[in-house]
Design a protein around this ligand. Structure first.
Ligand code: ZN
Length: 267
């Protein structure tokens, strides 16, 4: 993925400010970016570079700074010695200002899903298409892990999930409404057009579309994992209370037996 290209490649681009959510075209004088190879050796994947991008919002009521950094493999190009390898997975992509908008997710959600979600939130403004790719991978991971449905493509998996829900065979907590929401997002513009391809194919979407995917993921974390955890916890509490009550019911008899004074000798 090309998050930050060489210092001299400057283009206007569409962008939505994460501070005020104002959609705008970022012009040359409103952003600055750079990517430099780090002067260190021995890294296991070869040469490493550090990039950053700063944007000032054009909305007069906002004019805030958005600052992101990325660390990824560096390579030599014909004119630059400092451009990141196209298609290489960044070692780190993070929005520093404002801090990434991901919501903290509990530990009982599998770590790879939480990681994809967090990274997608961090880069949604910097690279919506990379964020959407991570979000689709996260959605597929959830369908495979929570619903135990695994097919060749995400599109086939969503269709199989729909059939399972209609047949009443979906896991507990997977509702028609949730599958409708997934279907709705599946049919959205470019996201929809690429659902049938491998989830690793990078899709040209805007920050708005990527944001909708991330909202869907947050909703499913809540409806599937958090709700299931709450159910299990409640059931465990009910079992514990029932066990305590049973123990309390038996206890007086036992106590009485232990503390009852010996019967008086007859006579
Ligand atoms: Zn703004």
């Amino acid at each position: 993925m090309t998050l930050l290209t060489g210092t001299n490649i400057v283009q206007e681009f569409n962008w939505t400010c994460p501070h005020c959510h104002h959609a705008q075209v970022v012009t040359e004088n409103r952003f600055s970016q750079n990517f430099r190879e780090l002067d260190i050796s021995g890294y296991r994947d070869g040469r490493l570079g550090l990039g950053w991008r700063a944007i000032i919002c054009a909305n007069n009521l906002c004019r805030e700074l958005t600052l992101s950094v990325n660390v990824q493999k560096a390579t030599s190009g014909p004119n630059y010695t400092d451009i990141p390898v196209v298609g290489s997975t960044p070692r780190l992509v993070r929005r520093l200002i404002p801090e990434a908008a991901s919501k903290p997710q509990p530990d009982f959600i599998p770590a790879p899903l939480r990681e994809d979600y967090r990274e997608a939130c961090a880069i949604v403004d910097l690279s919506p298409k990379a964020a959407a790719t991570l979000a689709r991978r996260c959605l597929q991971g959830m369908i495979r892990d929570f619903c135990k449905i695994s097919k060749r493509t995400l599109d086939l998996e969503i269709k199989a999930l729909r059939e399972a829900v209609d047949a009443g065979q979906a896991p507990s907590g997977v509702t028609h409404e949730a599958v409708d929401a997934i279907d709705h997002v599946r049919k959205l513009g470019n996201i929809g057009a690429h659902m049938e391809k491998d989830i690793n194919v990078i899709v040209p979407v805007d920050a708005g579309e990527a944001g909708i995917l991330l909202q869907l993921i947050e909703m499913l974390f809540e409806e599937w994992y958090v709700a299931r955890h709450a159910r299990i916890t409640r059931l465990a509490q009910i079992s514990m209370i029932a066990a305590e009550k049973e123990a309390a019911r038996l206890e007086p008899a036992v106590t009485q037996m232990l503390i009852a004074p010996p019967e008086a000798e007859p006579g």
